[in-house]
Design a protein around this ligand. Structure first.
Ligand SMILES: *[C@@H]1O[C@H](CO)[C@@H](O)[C@H](O)[C@H]1NC(C)=O
Ligand SMILES: *[C@@H]1O[C@H](CO)[C@@H](O)[C@H](O)[C@H]1NC(C)=O
Ligand SMILES: *[C@@H]1O[C@H](CO)[C@@H](O)[C@H](O)[C@H]1NC(C)=O
Ligand SMILES: *[C@@H]1O[C@H](CO)[C@@H](O)[C@H](O)[C@H]1NC(C)=O
Ligand SMILES: *[C@@H]1O[C@H](CO)[C@@H](O)[C@H](O)[C@H]1NC(C)=O
Length: 483
């Protein structure tokens, strides 16, 4: 079901409109930076979706036109060329769209080589887009959401960030009560428990239980999803816009280019004269190769043990980093210890980092993305700025500490997933994350590209072969001299 166990009382509170969350206060410098980040990730204006708006007026991927532009300078296509594709988006009447803002993904893959890499899409803001591909494997562009869906997604985050809500259980003696919690609550005459973190200023509130005190909180958990009237539900399906292939002539105006070796692929992606867009890496025979200067080594159990011996690795974040812990725990049974946070504590990564000495044997790996989609961007940016300040303090007192950030990834979801935490929300948060940590002495594991380029289906929790590649990137940062 779309929502679970919402009491009449909760529903009344949740369905009053509100737009009055106060997020943690900012210093003047942070306020300027927040503005800058919001500006740098601004999504083009998307059409307003009014009651009179019809689905037929929205982007129809199957009517849209996907044309490979002629090779600059003429002649035969050859491997390594920069292929440009013009995409003209049309609506369900097959009339060209006149505004931009459709969320598109481009990627290239070769099944036989188990190879893949991401491409790039440029929005010309007039209904046309250009996708740029290095001509090495077959390419495809998919629509995550038409621009009209993005209008809806934006509106939802402004007006009902609490469509995902939380609960806490309070207990004292034999009395147990449950109440609703969130980063902010709608105006209410009921007393509220304010759990705002004194160190980071991060807000958290629960309705006060009727008979118990705010201190009696014992368990924090997911509450559920608020039922919403989503306009134009069919807007939220992803679809292919167009693709090119080497072998099936009918679908591809290109002559077959043959297969490309790993060295050729590497050269193509790194040769700046030919390739405008530089991906962070690519798959070849199922193995992720980084293009960012760090060589990615392959670690078996023995070399994982060697690499991690004497190291203290701290993982922080959501269930997508727990997958890393679980992978290593399986590889090294009994060697890892788990400091599982008790669910009655509200723990923040920034505060945890402040309690760490750091040093050349300390590794910090964190991810912050999967639970932030439904909140306004300011909430996410402020959380990241708190963490960044703590990382800066850590690197100031122990410059040898290795800090690794796992980015967000693509996933599969239904309509409810799309409106609560779909790929467009993740994409925008990914852009903000990269902006906040840009130029800092931290390493990224680019989970976004590693899921986009991989042949396996997208999943909130990426499949084991992808996790293995991520762990190899992580361990290559930790042990760059590994042979
Ligand atoms: C919808 O269309 C009707 C008639 O076509 C018009 O009277 C009404 O104002 C429109 N409503 C909105 C919200 O645009
Ligand atoms: C939807 O498309 C039709 C046909 O092109 C057009 O007449 C109508 O004005 C469009 N409606 C909106 C709300 O854009
Ligand atoms: C849209 O903008 C691009 C880039 O400026 C241009 O090449 C193209 O002709 C424009 N298309 C339309 C339909 O105006
Ligand atoms: C958010 O919603 C409020 C009303 O609830 C509106 O006044 C405001 O313009 C909206 N902001 C954005 C960015 O959509
Ligand atoms: C919650 O507590 C924080 C700090 O203790 C305070 O700054 C904030 O104003 C309080 N918020 C509300 C809504 O009471």
């Amino acid at each position: 079901p779309f929502y679970q166990n919402i009491s009449k009382y909760d529903q009344k509170i949740l369905t009053s409109r509100h737009n009055l969350c106060a997020f943690r206060p900012l210093s003047p410098e942070e306020a300027v930076e927040e503005e800058f980040i919001l500006h740098s990730i601004a999504w083009p204006e998307t059409p307003s979706v009014t009651l009179n708006f019809s689905l037929k007026n929205t982007t129809d991927p199957s009517c849209s036109k996907f044309t490979i532009l002629p090779k600059v300078g003429g002649g035969q296509w050859s491997i390594g060329d920069q292929l440009e594709v013009r995409i003209i988006m049309k609506d369900y009447y097959c009339h060209p769209k006149t505004s931009g803002g459709d969320a598109l993904l481009a990627r290239l893959r070769n099944e036989a080589l188990d190879a893949g890499v991401s491409g790039q899409v440029v929005d010309h803001l007039n209904g046309s887009y250009t996708a740029v591909f290095p001509l090495v494997w077959e390419g495809r562009v998919t629509l995550i959401h038409p621009s009209e869906a993005i209008t809806v997604l934006r509106r939802l985050n402004n007006e009902s960030l609490d469509r995902v809500f939380f609960r806490s259980v309070f207990r004292s003696g034999s009395v147990t009560e449950t109440s609703m919690c969130n980063v902010c609550l709608r105006p209410t005459n009921m007393p509220v428990c304010n759990y705002t973190d004194i160190r980071t200023g991060e807000p958290w509130f629960c309705l006060k239980p009727k008979s118990l005190s705010c201190n009696a909180r014992i368990i924090h958990s997911m509450g559920g999803y608020l039922p919403k009237n989503i306009p134009l539900l069919p807007l939220f399906k992803t679809d292919t816009v167009g693709c090119y292939k080497f072998k099936e002539r009918s679908q591809c105006p290109l002559t077959p280019c043959g297969e490309i070796s790993q060295e050729d692929a590497y050269q193509t992606f790194t040769e700046s004269t030919k390739v405008k867009f530089r991906p962070s890496g690519f798959y070849y025979k199922g193995v992720w190769k980084s293009l960012g200067g760090t060589q990615v080594y392959q670690f078996d159990t023995q070399s994982i043990i060697q690499c991690l011996s004497g190291k203290v690795v701290h993982f922080y974040g959501d269930s997508t980093i727990r997958q890393w812990f679980e992978y290593l725990n399986k590889a090294l049974p009994g060697r890892l210890s788990l400091d599982k946070p008790f669910t009655n504590q509200l723990r923040y990564i920034a505060n945890e980092l402040d309690n760490i000495h750091g040093g050349s044997n300390t590794v910090i790996a964190f991810t912050v993305w999967a639970h932030f989609g439904n909140f306004p961007m300011e909430f996410y940016i402020r959380r990241l700025l708190s963490i960044r300040s703590a990382v800066l303090r850590l690197l100031a007192r122990a410059p040898d500490t290795l800090v690794v950030i796992r980015t967000g990834n693509l996933k599969s979801y239904d309509v409810n997933g799309a409106i609560n935490n779909g790929d467009w929300y993740a994409l925008q948060r990914d852009r903000a994350l990269r902006e906040v940590f840009k130029g800092m002495n931290v390493d990224l594991v680019d989970a976004w590209e590693m899921t986009l380029a991989h042949r396996l289906q997208h999943n909130l929790h990426p499949a084991p072969p992808i996790i293995k590649n991520m762990i190899n990137v992580l361990l290559s940062y930790i042990c760059p001299k590994h042979k």
